[in-house]
Design a protein around this ligand. Structure first.
Ligand SMILES: [Zn+2]
Length: 51
């Protein structure tokens, strides 16, 4: 899961080692603190490249 702010460069991602719960919580905290709109993106599963 990837969450990002539409109004500043804030973002949080499970790719950075956070759990989905932590990313969601961080997004809510950013919204509460700044009133900014946070949008989210589902990360696609890793692509397996076959030869
Ligand atoms: Zn923001």
């Amino acid at each position: 899961m990837y969450k990002y702010c539409l109004e500043c460069d804030w973002h949080a991602s499970t790719a950075a080692g956070y759990t989905e719960h932590e990313v969601s919580k961080a997004a809510i905290e950013h919204f509460v603190e700044t009133g900014h709109t946070v949008d989210s993106l589902r990360l696609p599963p890793p692509v397996v490249i076959e030869n």
